[in-house]
Design a protein around this ligand. Structure first.
Ligand SMILES: [Zn+2]
Length: 261
């Protein structure tokens, strides 16, 4: 398990906390790869973009897999026209973040919950070789978000198995899945890891406002206000000024000690 300076809180995963604290002063680890997988273009940038910016600045490779363009979200434009717009916006936003972008071949509202999509994501994982994956929490009001979360969890396993044949060899290097703090995925979401992002918020705003929908002209939801305020709330709780929070699976929160700390 890695541990390195400013990125330490990002890497903490339950029972490994104590070991990581011991190694907190260890020399900087080699750069990692962070793969963020969102159901709709914009999901990962809004929820985790500030952390992705931070990790990129720390030397990590950052890749965003957009499962769909979210092309159905504009009542004034056809999915074809708005999808083309969302593709341009995603590339512009991810460029500001310092992320590479991969567009999956799925349609808004129609991400299948089947074996083929798991194989597709597993093959992306084998291609990108991520150290960490960020995706949706599985309890969501949006079917695409919930499906993406389930697909990613299974795809990490499939990607690691030698016996599962895709076009690339197995990748066993995923050290953890982090679930993003998304207003649509709030049911039973419990913030566990907080990452300070005070110095990244201006760049985050520049990135996410590449998406027209963030500005409030397409959807009435106040995306910018919500995620700005959320970073203040998470920052207040963590004493980090501004922060982004993630949840992890409950089994990762187990701590095993020889005596009370
Ligand atoms: Zn979404």
């Amino acid at each position: 398990m890695i541990a390195r300076g400013a990125a330490l809180s990002f890497a903490v995963a339950g029972s490994l906390c104590a070991a990581q604290q011991i190694h907190a002063q260890a020399p900087a680890a080699p750069a990692r790869t962070i793969l963020a997988i969102g159901a709709h273009a914009g999901d990962m940038e809004l929820t985790a973009g500030a952390v992705l910016i931070k990790q990129h600045k720390l030397g990590d490779r950052v890749v965003i897999l957009q499962m769909t363009l979210g092309e159905g979200g504009n009542s004034r434009l056809s999915p074809t026209v708005y999808g083309a717009q969302k593709r341009r916006e995603a590339l512009a936003a991810d460029s500001v973040i310092g992320a590479e972008t991969i567009f999956a071949p799925y349609r808004d509202g129609e991400i299948p919950n089947d074996e083929a999509v798991r194989r597709y994501v597993a093959d992306v994982i084998r291609t990108v070789k991520p150290t960490y994956i960020i995706t949706h929490w599985s309890h969501s009001i949006h079917k695409d978000h919930a499906n993406t979360s389930l697909i990613v969890q299974d795809a990490v396993l499939l990607a690691s198995l030698e016996g599962v044949v895709t076009t690339h060899p197995a990748h066993r290097g995923v050290r953890g899945i982090y679930y993003a703090d998304n207003w649509e995925d709030a049911e039973s979401f419990s913030p566990y890891i907080y990452v300070g992002v005070s110095d990244e918020m201006a760049q985050w705003r520049e990135a996410v406002t590449k998406y027209e929908f963030v500005g409030g002209t397409i959807s009435s939801f106040k995306y910018l206000d919500y995620y700005e305020a959320l970073s203040t709330v998470r920052g207040a709780i963590s004493g980090k000024g501004r922060a982004v929070a993630f949840d992890i699976e409950s089994f990762g929160k187990r701590r095993v000690l020889d005596s009370l700390p």
